[in-house]
Design a protein around this ligand. Structure first.
Ligand SMILES: O=P(O)(O)OC[C@H]1O[C@H](OP(=O)(O)OP(=O)(O)O)[C@H](O)[C@@H]1O
Ligand SMILES: Nc1ncnc2[nH]cnc12
Length: 184
């Protein structure tokens, strides 16, 4: 169990995040919106005010982006949003995929789009959405998928920009999240 915590204030909510090592030198404050509907809805409402007006569709990544995308799509009155999955499933047709390297994952994972979702993105202005942007690896993978699908990325949005991502001025975010030194 964690013995260090980071107090996060975001979208009118306060949460205590456990600080956990991800490498021998680096630790993150784990931000798990999954299973926290009040926090998810509050963040979606706050992000809805910042979304580019010409957004046609939201693309997020499995797993933790999904409930946020659902709430944001509803806030914006969109009938659908698209989820990039981490593996190709038997019920998908003509899937496309790219590699994704994120701060929380050892090695490379894949992000893929079902063919029906490729059609939903083709020719559209796409807002990329995730719970956290840290290294930017997952957003890069979502941008590559959008390009492969024939869509145009018009924005990259998240709840928390972690570490150096908070210095970026090309992303939309609600709050910064610091990185920490690992504790032995
Ligand atoms: O900017 P990055 O370094 O890519 O980090 C951000 C990504 O890491 C987390 O996902 P994770 O890979 O842990 O998957 P999960 O949502 O399935 O837990 C988070 O939800 C983002 O998708
Ligand atoms: N601090 C964090 N908590 C949960 N998922 C993350 N992905 C990247 N940084 C994260």
């Amino acid at each position: 169990m964690a013995d260090r915590f980071y107090k996060l204030h975001v979208a009118g909510c306060t949460r205590s995040l456990p600080i956990l090592n991800v490498t021998d030198s680096l630790a993150i404050a784990g931000f798990i919106m999954l299973g926290d509907p009040d926090l998810t809805l509050a963040c979606a409402k706050a992000l809805a005010k910042k979304v580019p007006a010409n957004t046609d569709i939201i693309l997020t990544a499995e797993t933790k982006g999904i409930p946020l995308a659902a709430d944001l799509a509803r806030e914006l009155g969109m009938e659908r949003y698209v989820v990039a999955r981490k593996s190709v499933k038997a019920y998908m047709e003509n899937a496309i995929w790219v590699e994704d390297i994120s701060i929380t994952t050892k090695g490379v994972q894949n992000l893929c789009l079902d063919g029906v979702d490729v059609d939903r993105i083709k020719g559209k202005n796409v807002l990329l959405l995730d719970d956290v942007i840290s290294t930017g690896g997952s957003m890069k993978a979502l941008a590559e998928l959008t390009e492969k699908a024939g869509g145009t990325v018009i924005g990259e949005a998240c709840v928390l920009a972690e570490g150096d991502a908070a210095k970026r001025n090309d992303i939309l975010f609600l709050e910064p999240l610091p990185l920490f030194e690992a504790q032995k």
